[in-house]
Ligand binder design. Structure first.
Ligand code: CTP
Ligand code: CA
Length: 234
């Protein structure tokens, strides 16, 4: 199946993809957010649908058109994303997805309290507010513990190397910690991927294998990720 050949190798598969970045409100007008554009997640959903899958895209604050043939469930916060992803994955019972891909950037923390009214400055310029944070649930870890038999769970990780280890060392540790089947790793050391149309990745598997997905458009990277997922589907 080379270039230009229509593939329907995901026909009959139920796929859930999360994309974008969660926003955690501070007050009615402000939030803590991140730079995820949702492009890679949208590409994964678009390519899966084009290859015959029944795709639900849980989209956190994404300003992109819905991919053709994809059902989009919009969410805002990590808690909303958690509820939507677990429901669509079938983690609470009902119809289960064959594969769940967590491409969304989920906020690790949220403000401990959300002000009901807009936060105002004080007259004294030295008086600044202190924002207390609490941990958000880890949706990927919860998917792993609640998954249906045979359901494949795919995580994403944007990593940089540091004094503790290189990108792949951090990624392998994360894969082990999260317990998912596959981890799609982006090297963000150069700072280049956010909001850009192109990408590259390495897909690490729980069995120890590493598959390189060469640099290309986010659709091309999505196709490479599905190529790695495909032989692992039940
Ligand atoms: N993830 C999640 N829920 C969270 C945080 C992350 O489901 N609260 C998912 C992301 O969607 C991604 C994977 O976990 O698929 C890895 O996210 P990442 O932020 O790299 O992992 P963390 O465990 O949060 O580690 P770090 O401290 O490096 O941020
Ligand atoms: Ca994180």
């Amino acid at each position: 199946s080379g270039a230009g050949v229509l593939r329907a190798d995901l026909t009959g598969r139920r796929v859930v993809v999360s994309a974008g970045g969660t926003r955690e409100p501070l007050d009615p007008v402000r939030y803590l957010g991140n730079r995820s554009s949702g492009r890679q997640g949208f590409a994964l959903a678009r390519v899966a649908a084009a290859r015959g899958a029944e795709v639900t895209l849980v989209a956190a604050n994404v300003d992109l058109p819905a991919p053709f043939g994809v059902r989009v469930v919009p969410v805002g916060t990590a808690e909303e994303l958690r509820a939507a992803v677990l429901a669509e994955a079938g983690s609470g019972g009902g119809v289960t997805a064959d594969v769940v891909v967590m491409a969304a950037a989920v906020a690790d923390f949220r403000p401990a309290t959300v002000a009901a009214t807009k936060l105002k400055k004080k007259d004294d310029p030295s008086e600044v507010p202190v924002v207390s944070l609490v941990r958000n649930p880890d949706v990927l870890a919860e998917l792993v513990t609640k998954r249906a038999p045979g359901q494949l769970v795919v995580g994403f990780a944007a990593e940089t190397g540091d004094e503790a280890g290189d990108v792949l060392a951090h990624a392998r540790a994360k894969l082990a910690r999260k317990g998912c089947d596959l981890l799609v790793v982006n090297d963000v050391s150069g700072g280049g991927v956010f909001g850009r149309p192109d990408n590259a990745a390495v897909v690490l598997a729980a069995d120890g294998s590493a598959t390189e997905v060469p640099h290309g458009t986010k659709d091309a990277v999505a196709a490479g990720v599905w190529q790695t997922v495909l032989p692992r589907l039940a």
